[in-house]
Write a protein that binds this ligand. Structure first.
Ligand code: EPU
Length: 420
């Protein structure tokens, strides 16, 4: 298992490009199951999660040709419409094949994902979407067996008690594009990744409107065709670089970035005392001195993303006072705080709130990553702390950040990958 060895204490300075968004690319790959024609996705980040998704499609009999960052996917011929436990338990997003498989083949079996390090993560809203389209779902032997040979448009409210669901909105959209008649999803997730999926589906010949708002309308079509698409930039990776710049009191320009997707993040950076300039597809973040304490509550888009909560916790550990981070999306997303406290942070967790008492400096340590974004938080803490920090189990990080060390090193970070 690889780890990172970081010698921290150097302000980050320079320019770094964000990759295409992992959470946009994963549903796009699944959407390719909706047609037997080739679909071409460009600028695909080389991530472990992307490799897992492509492996899942290959295991179903789909032809996948990868040439650098361009992936051509052709779902032609007889396909095996099962997503096995072995894949789904490793990557929850493999669940995205449910909607497209059902839409195209009328029958599929997808393993239930189970819990994960950040919470219970139920799938009731995904199933609600399928049932609203006239599909039936049966749970058997740890699998969801979905059937719907003649899906029909329907109207539904997809918002759950924690708010809208990105995954359920995307899955239902993909199931509805080939259904007969009109589907209206109320309480839809507004994340830019959902809007990007709609753009992709429309390029395939679908009729999706309103994506990116809480009301999405889909007029079913008889069939879809191949298309070409480049996904949106990764707002979470951009936010991670911004937090790292601030924690090290540096100045970083993030290119291939859509500042319009980062409104709540930019607001909190400024509240913490960072200077943030936005330009055409770029963001420049400068921080002098320790951050001011701020309060952050995670929320569905356009609120502050849960996927940046951990990274901002690391930043606020160094604040000039007490900050709070309230996690409103995933109940167990605070494992990083235990490791940060081992690095000299002073964080109390009370229910879904982390109370962060700022300290002057963090001290280097050997720490263990528990999930993808927690790993990024530990890297940021290691970059800010003086001395040698070792972040173990970075396979979590490789799921969502492509060779992070190669992006940070040109900014002056002293970070190396050690292979065990
Ligand atoms: N929820 C339900 N029932 C459902 C589905 C979701 O109650 O059927 C709840 C969840 O438990 C959670 C809330 O609704 O409390 C929102 O979950 P959502 O379904 O939106 O999350 P997701 O689609 O499973 C995606 C991202 C996550 C990101 C969340 C929230 C992908 C592949 N994953 O997950 O990304 O945190 O949206 O923005 O797009 C990450 O990249 O590190 C990551 C975890």
């Amino acid at each position: 298992m690889d780890s990172f060895v970081i010698r921290g204490g150097t302000p980050l300075a320079g320019t770094v490009a964000a990759a295409s968004a992992k959470n946009a690319v994963l549903p796009l790959i699944a959407a390719c199951l909706l047609t037997d024609e080739p679909c071409v996705i460009r600028n695909v980040p080389l991530l472990a999660d992307v490799a897992t998704m492509l492996r899942l499609l290959r295991s179903m009999g789909v032809r996948v040709v990868q040439s650098g960052r361009t992936v051509t996917i052709t779902a032609r011929g007889r396909l095996d419409t099962t997503a096995p436990y072995d894949v789904v338990r490793k990557m929850r997003a493999s669940y995205y094949v449910l909607g497209p498989l059902l839409a195209r083949f009328g029958d599929c079996r997808v393993s239930l994902p189970g819990g994960c390090a950040i919470g219970t993560r139920p799938v009731d809203l995904h199933l609600k979407g399928i049932e609203a389209l006239g599909g039936s779902v049966r749970l058997e032997h740890g699998y969801i067996h979905a059937r719907g040979p003649r899906l029909k448009g329907g109207t539904m409210m997809l918002e759950g008690h924690k708010g809208p669901s990105v995954g359920a909105t995307a899955n239902t959209m993909m199931a509805a594009v080939l259904a007969r008649g009109r589907t209206v999803i109320d309480g839809a997730a507004c994340e830019p990744e959902v809007a990007d999926l709609a753009k992709f589906l429309n390029a395939m010949g679908a009729k999706v409107s309103g994506a990116g708002t809480p009301a999405v309308t889909i007029d079913g079509v008889r069939e879809l065709h191949g298309c070409r698409h480049a996904p949106i930039p990764d707002r979470i990776e951009a936010g991670t670089f911004a937090a790292a710049a601030c924690a090290t009191r540096g100045r970083v320009e993030v290119t291939n970035c859509e500042p319009g997707h980062l409104g709540a993040v930019i607001d909190r950076l400024r509240a913490a005392g960072a200077a943030v300039e936005t330009g055409d597809r770029c963001l420049v973040v400068t921080m002098k001195g320790r951050p001011r304490p701020v309060d952050i509550g995670t929320a569905p888009y356009p609120g502050f993303p849960t996927d940046l909560q951990a990274q901002f916790t690391s930043l606020l550990c160094l604040g000039r006072g007490t900050s709070t981070l309230t996690e409103n999306i995933f109940e167990s997303r605070f494992l990083h705080t235990l490791e940060l406290n081992r690095m000299g942070a002073s964080i109390d967790v009370n229910g879904n709130m982390a109370i962060v008492h700022g300290v002057e400096r963090l001290s280097s340590a050997q720490v263990m990553a528990s999930d993808l974004r927690a790993s990024a938080a530990l890297v940021i803490a290691g970059l800010a702390a003086r001395g040698r920090t070792e972040v173990l189990r970075i396979y979590h990080l490789d799921r969502g950040y492509e060779r992070l060390e190669r992006k940070l090193a040109p900014l002056g970070a002293r970070i190396e990958r050690a292979s065990a």
